[in-house]
Write a protein that binds this ligand. Structure first.
Ligand SMILES: Cc1cc2nc3c(=O)[nH]c(=O)nc-3n(C[C@H](O)[C@H](O)[C@H](O)COP(=O)(O)O)c2cc1C
Length: 160
């Protein structure tokens, strides 16, 4: 794929989220931008997730997650959860959603979700999520993926 198409893909608007996952005593969270609402009734979201991520295994086995909406001033949080590092969850005051998945209290809002099903999408999988609860936590403008530059290293991931 030409560099031009990679640049054009950056014009597709996305927000930036921290997705919190849990299976029994294990929790994790990762930064995600490929997320959208896909149904009104029931309210459903679709999340594109790389099956290599540590969080994928917990989502598959625990079958729940939270989607925490990041504010424009939370670039350091997006960067932190955008890496696969040990003890990633330490230093944040996590709360527990109804499903048991971890909520990031400093986010703007969160959605608590049950996993409905996965479907394949090239090198990612689409997790279709049923929203079972949601809450506003504070006001402020939400972060846009276009503001994160190449934080996710995606410029390397397009085929030549
Ligand atoms: C701004 C940004 C957006 C990202 N969007 C996604 C995404 O939509 N889907 C995905 O699978 N990974 C996405 N990532 C990459 C993951 O956050 C990253 O690979 C993370 O280390 C995975 O963590 P884990 O292995 O602990 O689950 C994004 C990273 C950043 C910085």
């Amino acid at each position: 794929m030409s560099e031009k198409i990679a640049d054009l893909c950056r014009l597709i608007s996305h927000g930036v989220y921290v997705v919190g996952v849990r299976d029994r005593e294990k929790t994790n969270a990762f930064t995600a931008a490929w997320l959208m609402q896909v149904s009104f009734d029931p309210v459903m979201l679709a999340l594109s997730i790389n099956p290599e991520h540590n969080s994928y295994r917990l989502l598959e086995s625990g079958r729940c997650c939270t989607v925490n909406v990041l504010g424009r001033d939370q670039m350091a949080i997006a960067e932190h959860f955008g890496r696969s590092v040990p003890d990633k969850m330490t230093g944040y005051a996590w709360q527990q959603a109804k499903t048991g998945a971890p909520v990031l209290p400093e986010s703007l809002a969160y959605f608590d979700c049950e996993l409905s099903h996965f479907t394949d999408a090239g090198d990612h999988r689409i997790a279709v999520l049923r929203v079972v609860d949601a809450a506003m936590l504070r006001n402020g403008p939400s972060m846009l993926y276009s503001q994160t530059g190449d934080m996710d290293g995606s410029s390397e991931l397009y085929q030549e």
